[in-house]
Design a protein around this ligand. Structure first.
Ligand code: M6P
Ligand code: ZN
Length: 181
């Protein structure tokens, strides 16, 4: 038997079933940015990023894989670039791949000892995110930043630890250039 693939990867988006589209607006990113005054002054309905996910098995299934395409818009809140919420995995040892398709950005990673480092994202860059490592992406360019992701279907997202303690370093726009401080 020959099957059509259920999902098509069209350049930067996914179409078909079951593709889930998630939109994150500024109001969903409370307690993420450093400059609370700048955050409060901003339009809470501003879309910061969209994620198209292909979830072929149930969340929590051991041994399966999920696939996602994230489109992160350009912008800043105070001195910080628009960025994803960032997370550890709920099953902490689960790893993930990110790869950049379009735009310019930085992948911030932080281990369990709160050591934070960054990798530059540019079209074609491939990033292996080891287990026990929090990950967040910032758009440091003037256009959209699009990246793919592949992660285990039982990894889960632990956002609470990041909302509470943040990353130990922040990526700031200093004279228009990214600086990890
Ligand atoms: C990637 C994957 C997803 C994640 C998304 C947005 O596509 O890592 O699991 O949801 O980026 O990142 P976040 O969940 O941190 O907002
Ligand atoms: Zn992840």
């Amino acid at each position: 038997m020959i099957h059509q693939p259920p999902v098509h990867f069209l350049g930067k988006t996914l179409t078909g079933q079951p593709v889930q589209k998630q939109v994150r607006k500024l109001k969903d990113l409370d307690n993420i940015f450093l400059d609370q005054a700048a955050f409060s002054a901003a339009d809470m309905n501003r879309v910061v990023y969209e994620v198209f996910s292909y979830l072929p098995v149930d969340e929590g299934t051991e041994g399966g894989l999920f696939f996602g395409m994230t489109h992160l818009y350009p912008g800043t809140v105070g001195q910080e670039f628009y960025m994803t919420k960032g997370h550890f995995h709920t099953i902490e040892n689960r790893a993930e791949y990110y790869w950049c398709v379009e735009g310019e950005g930085m992948l911030l990673m932080m281990d369990k000892h709160r050591n934070t480092w960054a990798e530059q994202m540019q079209p074609g860059s491939l990033h292996y995110i080891d287990g026990y490592t929090a990950h967040r992406v910032a758009n440091t360019g003037g256009g959209i930043l699009s990246f793919g992701a592949c992660w285990p279907s039982d990894a889960g997202h632990d956002y609470a630890t990041i909302v509470k303690n943040g990353f130990s370093r922040r990526l700031l726009s200093v004279e228009g250039k990214p600086a990890l401080v």
